[in-house]
Design a protein around this ligand. Structure first.
Ligand SMILES: C[S@@+](CC[C@H](N)C(=O)[O-])C[C@H]1O[C@@H](n2cnc3c(N)ncnc32)[C@H](O)[C@@H]1O
Length: 307
């Protein structure tokens, strides 16, 4: 396996999806293809594997590795909220499962120049899709203090986000903040040496804002339910509580069979559940996997089935 990315909970995801010959699956987050290529293999000879990623490196990586399958392999560079367009383009009317392995790949972190990591000094970029214009540099240097406060609070869950936003705005008024190194130095000078956990939250906040990650997730979850055949599986792996909360709430909303106020003697709402919960609690990686792959430590896997 290449060192692009080591797939997390590979066996659990494939079992959760019910991967089988002839079935049709969408991998929304193809990355290095760790899950995708295994799906493509296990649906042979006549299944369809649709792999989506908005990062050009992921597309190049998996395209190079995906020669020689007898199943149909479709690879498209698009944000995963756009996967229904891919299905329409390829005249696919229903799917048997959707996989989302959220966040960034190890490759994206390790490529210092992409700006995702506070450990490397580079341009404050953080775009998964380099065709988009919005970068972390633009947010940090051009957004209002109020908007930066919201990003740090809502996407980074940073304590006292107002103080940090004020610091950034005051600092940029004398000199623009252009690199990850400048950002880290500024924060360290203000707060004393920050723990890595705090820095990763700050970076997480800006990254989520640059890539619109939470809106992407909400949109793709809705589309998954719309496009899935009965019995189809939704398999989502998240790495922080913001994403996991959205997934948990989404599944809960789609599994309820009544939203009438409790004092109604009879149900009058006509709400029908569209999902069945498969994992009451999120599945976590075993200790041996965490030893082999530290990324697996924070992964939470939730599975639901289309009714
Ligand atoms: C954790 S990695 C997936 C790794 C992959 N499962 C593997 O085993 O190699 C997440 C990937 O999803 C992509 N990604 C994240 N959000 C996306 C979105 N909204 N649309 C398309 N791709 C997205 C990232 O570019 C990254 O390549």
């Amino acid at each position: 396996m290449s060192n692009y990315h080591v797939p997390v909970m590979l066996k659990e995801c494939l079992e959760g999806l019910h991967v089988r010959p002839g079935a049709v699956f969408v991998d929304c987050t193809m990355g290095g293809g760790g899950h995708f290529l295994e799906i493509a293999k296990q649906i042979e000879p006549d299944g369809v594997a649709i792999g989506v990623d908005r990062d050009a490196d992921a597309i190049a990586e998996v395209t190079a590795k995906s020669e020689g399958f007898s199943s149909r392999v479709i690879i498209e560079r698009t944000p995963f909220s756009g996967f229904p367009e891919v299905l329409k383009k390829h005249k696919i009317s229903g799917i048997d499962g959707v996989l989302m392995d959220l966040g960034v790949s190890s490759h994206q972190f390790d490529e210092g120049a992409r700006g995702f990591s506070y450990r490397a000094d580079s341009h404050l970029d953080m775009r998964m899709d380099t065709r988009n214009n919005l970068t972390a540099e633009i947010i940090i240097n051009e957004y209002s203090e109020e908007s930066i406060t919201e990003i740090l609070r809502d996407y980074g869950e940073v304590q006292n986000p107002r103080r940090m936003a004020k610091l950034l705005v005051e600092s940029r008024n004398s000199r623009s903040i252009r690199t990850t190194g400048e950002l880290v130095t500024l924060l360290n000078e203000e707060y004393g040496f920050l723990k890595n956990g705090v820095l990763s939250k700050v970076f997480q906040g800006f990254r989520i804002a640059v890539n619109g990650e939470l809106d992407e997730l909400k949109s793709a979850l809705e589309s998954s339910v719309e496009w899935m055949n009965p019995g189809g599986r939704l398999v989502i792996m998240s790495y922080h509580s913001l994403e996991d909360r959205i997934v948990k709430q989404f599944i809960r909303d789609k599994t309820v069979d009544c939203i009438c106020p409790p004092h109604f003697p009879q149900c009058r709402c006509d709400v029908k559940p569209t999902l069945k919960l498969i994992t009451r609690k999120p599945v976590e990686a075993g200790a041996d996997e965490v030893v082999r792959n530290v990324r697996a430590r924070s992964a939470k896997l939730r599975i639901a089935e289309r009714l």
